[in-house]
Ligand binder design. Structure first.
Ligand code: IMP
Length: 191
C-alpha cells in the first residue's frame, strides 16, 4: 500500500519515519514537499486541509500533521500560529525573543506544551492527537531537534528536547503520541 506523507519539513519527516519505523515495511511512504496556507482555526483543520489536498492531487491515501507550541504566559502568541511567529527570522532569534519576553516570569508560570494533530485521509478523515507538557527554560540549550526544542523542557526532565537524543524525544513527544496512534490504526486496517 502506498501512502503520501505531505510535509515540507525534512526534520519532521525524519522524526515521523523513526516513530512509525515498525510499520514502514508494510507501506511505501512517499514524501511530498508541501506548502499550503495554514489558515484554519485549529490544528485539526490545518492538518486535514493538507492531507485532503495531497489525497486529491495524488489519489493516494495521505498523511499530514499540524503542530505548535503553546506558552501559557504568552497565550495568544504561538499555538496554531507557531510557524508564523517572526516568520522571516531564524529559530535562534525567535527563541531568544521568547526568552526575553519571559525573563521576569517565574518557573511555576513558565508552563507550556507542544501539540500535534496527525490526519490520515483516504476519502474520509482519521484524526490522531498528541500533547507533550513541559515548561520554557531560562536559556537555549542543546543542538538536536528543531524549532523551539532548545527552550522546551518536557515534564519530568531537566534537559530541553534539543538536549535529548532523537530516540528519547521520539518516546515522549507530541508527534510520537499522535503518530503511534495513527500507526496502530494503519496496522488494524491492514489486518
Ligand atoms: P507546522 O506543524 O509545520 O505548521 O509547524 C509548527 C511550528 O511549531 C513550527 O514553527 C515548528 O518549529 C514548531 N514545532 C512543532 N513541533 C515541534 C517540535 O517537535 N520541536 C520544536 N518545534 C516544533
Amino acid at each position: 500500500m502506498k501512502i503520501v506523507l505531505a510535509t515540507s519539513n525534512s526534520h519532521k519527516i525524519m522524526e515521523i519515519k523513526d516513530i512509525i519505523k515498525d510499520i514502514l515495511d508494510k507501506f511505501e511512504l512517499l514524501a511530498m514537499k508541501f506548502n499550503v496556507e495554514e489558515n484554519g482555526k485549529t490544528y485539526e483543520e490545518n492538518a486535514l486541509k493538507k492531507a485532503k489536498i495531497a489525497y486529491e492531487k495524488t489519489k493516494i491515501p495521505s498523511i499530514a500533521d499540524d503542530s505548535g507550541l503553546t506558552i501559557d504566559a504568552l497565550p495568544d502568541l504561538l499555538g496554531i500560529k507557531s510557524a508564523r511567529f517572526m516568520e522571516e527570522k531564524s529559530y535562534e532569534e525567535k527563541n531568544m525573543t521568547l526568552l526575553k519576553m519571559l525573563r521576569n516570569v517565574p518557573d511555576e508560570e513558565r508552563t507550556a506544551r507542544f501539540t500535534c494533530v496527525a490526519v490520515f485521509y483516504d476519502g474520509s478523515p482519521h484524526v490522531f492527537k498528541g500533547v507533550m507538557e513541559g515548561k520554557i527554560s531560562h536559556e537555549m540549550r542543546g543542538k538536536n531537534g528543531f524549532g523551539y526544542d532548545p527552550i522546551f523542557i518536557p515534564e519530568g526532565y531537566d534537559k530541553t528536547t534539543a538536549e535529548l537524543e532523537q530516540s528519547e524525544k521520539n518516546l515522549i513527544s507530541h508527534r510520537a503520541k499522535a503518530f503511534r496512534n495513527l500507526a496502530d490504526y494503519l496496522k488494524r486496517i491492514l489486518k
